[in-house]
Design a protein around this ligand. Structure first.
Ligand SMILES: Cc1ncc(COP(=O)(O)O)c(C=O)c1O
Length: 391
């Protein structure tokens, strides 16, 4: 239960074992086109969606290469490791960065962002949707309007498929994401949705690019037999196809509602264990839950203990939060029982490290929340997913 790479459903794992298709066949083009269509549904966009064989950072670099010229200035709103990484990446490509930096775990301050966005010469504003390093889900709709009319780029690595994201309704020009978090597929694929204004700005982009060239990629996608310009990770695309079909068979709204439920019970459980929440206690933060450690307990030690003794993998945090914060990932192929199991193990792990808690206190608080939810039962959700056909 780390916030990615996440577990894969059995059918997604099984799809890796199929014989590798030639990507230039009509049969594989059908799979590829379905993946693109389902990604557009998942991002709730009518924009072009381009798929790349790389981790998400590759597609982030591609976004910089395809939108900017050397010396362009970009605004980056950061409140965690991944926002700060965008500033480093942009600087590495020779861009000027106006960073509106917030403390880790602080919500984005739209007044500050709006004031910074008003300075002349900016080419785009960049923010992270779910800041995985702290579990904070940023208000992207508010960000887009605070920056208007600037072009916006959103890193939705751990947001897409777990947290509400309305690319077209919110007017996001570019959204970049990948497959190894809520999309339940092993790592290695990334994608970008690109709106009309971003294509316009792309025409004057002047950074060197080749592998991630958006024109090449779109041209290949629009060919008679849709494909990617270079050899893609064929098996991963087949796996992503199965995962996306499962997501849309469950229904995107149901999937997002399940994540909201998981967030609610995780937060209730953390509070029940007597721990302080690091991430805010609001439904928006539905992909990851972050808990502060009590005095005398080191999160890294707890993570090691849980893995060694209870075979449960959670995540600590990166500096400056390392040792202080524990992160429970509950995005993707997860249900309520996974969270209840994690809470049980955390309780035992805390006791092992000399911080005893009342037996069952985390699970009880989580179950109380679950009893109060009159939405479909967790068993129903799991059964619906298990009914999906094996490819
Ligand atoms: C918000 C966010 N951005 C970027 C990344 C980097 O993605 P990748 O490791 O696939 O390049 C991650 C991965 O954890 C992430 O959570």
């Amino acid at each position: 239960m780390v916030p990615g790479p996440t577990p894969t459903p059995p059918e997604v794992a099984a799809a890796a074992l199929l014989p590798v298709e030639d990507e230039r066949t009509q049969a594989f083009a059908g799979v590829f086109s379905r993946v693109i269509d389902n990604l557009r549904r998942t991002l709730r966009t009518r924009n072009d969606v381009l798929l790349f064989t790389s981790s998400m950072t590759g597609a982030f670099e591609g976004t910089l290469q395809n939108l900017f010229a050397p010396g362009d200035t970009v605004l980056v709103a950061s409140n965690g490791a991944f926002g700060e990484r965008w500033s480093q990446m942009a600087a590495a490509f020779g861009l000027e960065v106006t960073e509106v930096r917030h403390a880790w775990g602080e919500p984005l301050d739209m007044a500050r962002i709006s004031a910074a966005a008003a300075s002349p010469g900016l080419r785009a504003a960049i923010a992270v949707h779910c800041e995985t390093s702290t579990a904070m889900v940023n208000d992207i709709r508010g960000f887009v309007s605070a920056c208007a009319p600037l072009l916006t780029v959103v890193d939705s690595a751990s947001g897409v498929g777990a947290c509400e994201l309305r690319t077209d309704d919110w007017g996001i020009d570019v959204v970049v994401g990948g497959c190894q978090k809520a999309l339940m597929t092993p790592p290695g694929l990334a994608f970008a949705s690109i709106g009309e204004r971003a294509w316009e700005q792309h025409r004057r982009a002047g950074l060197p690019r080749f592998y991630f060239d958006w024109d090449e990629t779109r041209e290949a996608l629009r060919a008679e037999i849709p494909r990617t310009p270079w050899t893609p990770a064929i098996s991963l695309i087949s796996q992503l196809d199965v995962a996306l079909r499962q997501i849309h068979a469950e229904g995107l709204d149901n999937v997002l509602a399940r994540h909201v439920r998981l967030g609610r019970i995780a937060r209730a459980g953390v509070r029940g264990l007597g721990l302080r929440l690091f991430s805010p206690d609001e439904d928006r933060h539905s992909a990851v839950t972050a808990a502060e450690m009590p005095p005398g307990v080191d999160a890294t030690e707890l993570v090691d203990r849980l893995l060694d003794r209870y075979a449960l993998q959670l995540a600590g945090a990166q500096p400056p939060l390392n040792g202080r914060v524990l992160r429970i990932g509950h995005c993707g192929f997860m249900d309520e029982f996974d969270v209840l199991t994690a809470l049980s193990a955390i309780e035992l792990g805390l006791a092992d490290l000399g911080h005893p808690v009342r037996p069952g206190s985390g699970v009880t608080s989580a179950l109380e929340v679950l009893h109060g939810l009159h939405s479909p039962s967790p068993t129903a959700a799991r059964t619906a997913r298990d009914r999906q056909p094996v490819p």
